[in-house]
Design a binder for this molecule. Structure first.
Ligand code: UT7
Length: 322
C-alpha cells in the first residue's frame, strides 16, 4: 500500500489584525513590516479560542468541501507548538470531539516543519500497513505565546490551521521526502518555560517565542535552497518540472531569496505570509489551500513544499496533487 493525500481543509480565526495595531503598541511602521516581511495582516484567535478549536473548523471545512465523512479515520496527527495544553494532546481532544472511537492520536513538535513531518509520519504508518486513513493537522495559536514588547518578533506571527487527509491507495502521490535537523541552532529560535539554558547558553523562560531573526534567516535560505534541489532530484524531477514551490511562509524576503538562489520563478510559489503572517506549522497547508481556492493548483500538479524553523529543523516533500 502507498500513501495518498486526498483532501485538504483550512481555517483562520475571524479577528483580522492589521499592521497599524503594532504601530500603536511598539515603535514600528506598516512600511517597515511590509517591506521587511511582506506581511499585510494576520489573524488572532479569540481569548477562549484555542488550537483544538481551529482544528475542528479546518476539518469541518475539509468535509464540507469534499462532501466526505471522516468517520473511519484511524489516526490523528497534530503538528503544533501551541497546543491547548501540553497534556492532554490536541489530537486526543480531537479524537473525542470528532467521535473517532478507534483512532490513535499524537501531537508532534517540529515547529514550522511540523506539517511536512506529520505527512511523512502518516505515510510511514500507511506503508507499514498499520493504518489506512489519517488526518494530519498543522495548527497554531501563536498570538498566545507572542511577546508584544519585542518588536523583532511580535509583528510576525498569526493563528490558523490546515488539515489533509492521507489515505492508503494502490498508487500514492508522495514522490519524495527529506528531513533534517541542526540542533546547535536551538538557541536561535525557542520558547522555554522550564530549563534556563539551550546549547549551553542562558535563555529566557517566559513561555514566549524568542528569535535571532538574522541567524535563522541565513540558515533558512542556505539550507532550504540546498534541500530544495536535493528533494527535487530524489523525486526524479528537475526544478522546471515542479508546478509549485511552497516554502514555509516565514518572510516574503526568504521566499524571494530562495528563488534567487535556485533560479526558481517566484510566480510559481504559493504563500500565506501576506494575509496570515507566520503561522508556523499551519503556513504550508494554508498556502496550498489558498492556491487551490484561487484556482491555481490543479490535479496532477507537482508541488514541492518545505518547512523550516525552531529546532532548528526542516522537512520537505514533493507531492502530486490528486
Ligand atoms: O518561522 C520560523 C523561521 N523563522 C524565520 O525564518 C525568520 C527569519 N528572520 C526574519 O524573517 C527576519 O530576520 C526578521 C523579519 C525577523 C527581521 O528582519 P531583518 O531584516 O533581519 O531585520 P534585523 O533584525 O536585521 O533588523 C534591522 C533593523 C534593526 O535596527 P538597526 O539595528 O539596524 O538600527 C532593528 O532594530 O530593523 C529594526 N527592527 C524594526 N524596526 C521597525 C526590528 N524590528 C523592527 C520593527 N519595526 N518591528
Amino acid at each position: 500500500m502507498q500513501a495518498k493525500i486526498t483532501a485538504i481543509g483550512s481555517y483562520v480565526p475571524e479577528q483580522e489584525i492589521g499592521n497599524e495595531f503594532f504601530e500603536s503598541i511598539i515603535e514600528t511602521s506598516d512600511e517597515w513590516i511590509q517591506s521587511r516581511t511582506g506581511i499585510k495582516t494576520r489573524r488572532f484567535a479569540g481569548e477562549e479560542e484555542y488550537t483544538s478549536h481551529l482544528c475542528l473548523h479546518a476539518v469541518k471545512d475539509l468535509e464540507d468541501r469534499y462532501g466526505i465523512s471522516i468517520a473511519n479515520v484511524d489516526f490523528i496527527i497534530v503538528a503544533t507548538v501551541t497546543p491547548d495544553q501540553a497534556m492532554p494532546s490536541v489530537a486526543s481532544q480531537l479524537q473525542d470531539k470528532l467521535g473517532l472511537k478507534a483512532a490513535g492520536a499524537i501531537d508532534i513538535s517540529a515547529a514550522c516543519a511540523g506539517f511536512a513531518y506529520g505527512v511523512i509520519l502518516a505515510q510511514g504508518l500507511i506503508c507499514a500497513g498499520t493504518h489506512k486513513k489519517i488526518l494530519v493537522f498543522g495548527a497554531e495559536t501563536l498570538s498566545k505565546v507572542t511577546n508584544y514588547e519585542d518588536r523583532t518578533t511580535c509583528i510576525l506571527f498569526g493563528d490558523g490551521a490546515g488539515v489533509v487527509l492521507v489515505e492508503a491507495a494502490e498508487k500514492g502521490n508522495i514522490l519524495a521526502a527529506v528531513t533534517g535537523s541542526q540542533g546547535d541552532g536551538g538557541k536561535d529560535l525557542y520558547m522555554s518555560n522550564s530549563r534556563r539554558q539551550i546549547n549551553g547558553q542562558d535563555v529566557i523562560t517566559d513561555n514566549k517565542i524568542h528569535q535571532n531573526g538574522r541567524a535563522v534567516f541565513k540558515w533558512a535560505v542556505n539550507t532550504v535552497s540546498e534541500k530544495m534541489v536535493e528533494l527535487t532530484k530524489k523525486a526524479g524531477l528537475s526544478l522546471e518540472e515542479l508546478t509549485w514551490f511552497i516554502p514555509h511562509s516565514a518572510n516574503m524576503r526568504i521566499i524571494e531569496a530562495l528563488c534567487n538562489q535556485t533560479g526558481f520563478p517566484i510566480e510559481k510559489t504559493l504563500e500565506s505570509i501576506t494575509l496570515y503572517g507566520n503561522t508556523s506549522s499551519a503556513s504550508i497547508p494554508l498556502a496550498l489551500h489558498r492556491g487551490i481556492k484561487e484556482g491555481k493548483v490543479h490535479s496532477g500538479d507537482r508541488i514541492l513544499l518545505i518547512g523550516f524553523g525552531g529546532g532548528l529543523v526542516f522537512a520537505g516533500l514533493v507531492i502530486e496533487w490528486p
